[in-house]
Design a protein around this ligand. Structure first.
Ligand code: SAM
Ligand code: SF4
Length: 483
């Protein structure tokens, strides 16, 4: 349990097993090699695909071997202190490689680059280049600058960059599931969160480019897309206006909302599944839930982070909803989409001044909602955030860890309980590839995002297979294919 908690202090439950993802080998005869390690959230993995696309046009092939690379990028996360420590540790390891390959360019991209800017060049001598999330079009120029013997920095945050016209190079892809970024930045000011400072103002991408990307992926054999944004429910787009304040004043019919976008992507092909992340409890609308209900290919799964089950703490977190509001949303989801709709959450324990009773409120909310998954963290103060400025980080690490341990234990029990309910049911599974444990088994997900493993027989990656669930573990359903 202790290791799990330490890992979860850095990354989410899934991500903890796999601290970073690297580029795949691609040899098209270009003269330089690019290697990217991506840390943190799905948004960062998606951004690395944009970076690879931009540099592919500038004479780079990708490599999975850091020793072969001419350019090494770490696409970083700043969300918790440990995420940044991980990067500093990795830079130290890379120092040894650079000693043997002095011409190798080392760059830091993403949230840590944005947060620390040129300070990173002073603190980490090995770093040649620093580029924030909105500066990736500038990378060819920044690399040229380093080639000329200078250090290079661009951490300019844009109000309209969405990389809408960049067709991402799919990295680490199973060829079946892909991410599509639909918006960038975040205009919420959750008091604990560094994202508004590292990713800038919220802006939505032209929906026609989103649909075109989904179509292109379908034609290439992909069968599932995940629409990504920090707060997808506040997606808003209009052809003649990209100012969010003015957009918000528009009539519903004059702009494309997230529910509209979901319907547009759902019509690409009934065999293309659609997922999305992340939903914000204050913004998810009944229209979104009705769009999900109306289209079989929009997956019945919502990641709806609650953070805390106590209204006073939620107010301090500036989440703009209360415990009651959250529970009301969950009831609405159950009413429109039924009990089988998958629900997951993020949770933070030990936020500033959280009492034992308030922590108990988080546990009791978990008992009421019964999440299928949860990504659980203890609070990590981030410099410059409203919470760091206004509140004292006054819960000891021991108490934070013990509370985290309690919510993890609760979630483990609930996941087992929820999975038990699936035994005897038949689910349509999109096959993603061989199971992790055996080449004789395949694995995929049902609409509710549960991983299901079953004997491969003649089925293959990309097939939809009806699977009868016969057994389960905490994280997996086990079954067999049925007609
Ligand atoms: N935009 C999403 C949302 O609002 O739910 C997620 C953003 S963040 C990348 C993912 C999760 O990290 C958050 O939901 C929160 O639980 C956690 N997180 C953010 N800041 C944190 C902090 N300072 N300490 C601990 N966990 C944090
Ligand atoms: Fe951070 Fe809140 Fe924005 Fe999510 S919604 S990215 S937690 S500020």
């Amino acid at each position: 349990m202790k290791n799990l908690i330490e890992d979860i202090g850095i990354l989410s439950e899934n991500e903890a097993c796999e601290t970073f993802k690297v580029t795949q080998d691609e040899n098209t005869g270009k003269n330089r090699k690019l290697y990217i390690e991506s840390y943190g959230c799905q948004m960062n993995f998606s951004d690395s695909e944009i970076v690879a696309a931009i540099l592919q046009k500038d004479g780079f092939d990708t490599t999975s071997d850091i020793y072969q690379a001419d350019v090494v990028f770490l696409n970083t996360c700043s969300i918790r202190e440990k995420a940044e420590q991980t990067i500093r540790f990795r830079l130290n390891q890379i120092k040894g490689i650079k000693r043997k390959k002095p011409d190798m360019l080392v760059g830091v991209l993403g949230c840590m680059a944005e947060r620390l800017k040129s300070k990173l060049l002073e603190e980490e001598k090995i770093v040649d280049l620093v580029a924030g999330p909105d500066a990736y079009r500038d990378l060819p120029k920044l690399i040229a600058q380093v080639d000329e013997g200078e250090k290079a920095v661009n951490t300019f945050l844009s109000r309209d960059e969405t990389y809408a016209d960049v067709s991402p190079v799919r990295l680490n892809s199973n060829g079946i599931t892909a991410f599509i970024s639909i918006m960038r930045g975040c205009d919420n000011m959750c008091s604990f969160c560094v994202v508004p400072f590292t990713r800038g103002r919220e802006r939505s991408r032209d929906p026609h480019t989103v649909v075109a990307e989904a179509k292109d992926l379908y034609d290439k054999g992909y069968r599932e897309v995940t629409l990504l944004g920090q707060n997808v429910d506040s997606y808003k787009w209009s052809a003649d206006e990209n100012n969010k304040a003015r957009l918000e004043k528009k009539e519903a019919g004059d702009m494309v909302t997230f529910a509209d976008l979901l319907r547009m992507v759902a019509q690409v092909n009934p065999d293309l599944r659609i997922r999305f992340s992340t939903s914000h409890p204050k913004d998810i609308t009944d229209d979104v839930l009705h769009a999900m209900a109306a289209h079989e290919n929009i997956c019945k799964y919502i990641h709806l982070p609650v953070q805390s089950g106590n209204s006073r703490i939620l107010e301090r977190m500036n989440r703009e909803y209360s415990r009651e509001w959250y529970l009301g949303k969950v009831s609405k989801i159950r009413e429109i989409l039924g009990e089988e709709c998958g629900l997951s959450s993020d949770m933070i324990t030990g936020f500033c001044s959280e009492t034992e009773e308030e922590h108990q409120d988080t546990l009791s909310l978990m008992d009421i909602v019964k999440f299928d998954y949860a990504y659980m963290f203890f609070y990590s103060e981030r410099p410059g955030t409203p919470a760091a400025k206004k509140f004292k980080d006054d819960i000891s690490v021991e108490v934070k860890q013990r509370r985290l341990e309690e919510i993890i234990r609760k979630q483990t029990e609930t996941a087992l309980e929820r999975n038990k309910l699936d035994v005897g049911k038949v689910y349509k599974v999109l096959v993603e590839g061989p199971s992790k444990r055996s080449q004789d088994d395949l694995q995929g997900r049902n609409s509710a995002n549960k991983v299901i493993v079953f004997p491969a027989k003649n089925y293959r990656k990309g097939h939809y297979v009806n699977v009868l669930v016969e057994d389960f573990t905490r994280g997996t359903l086990i079954g067999k294919a049925v007609e």
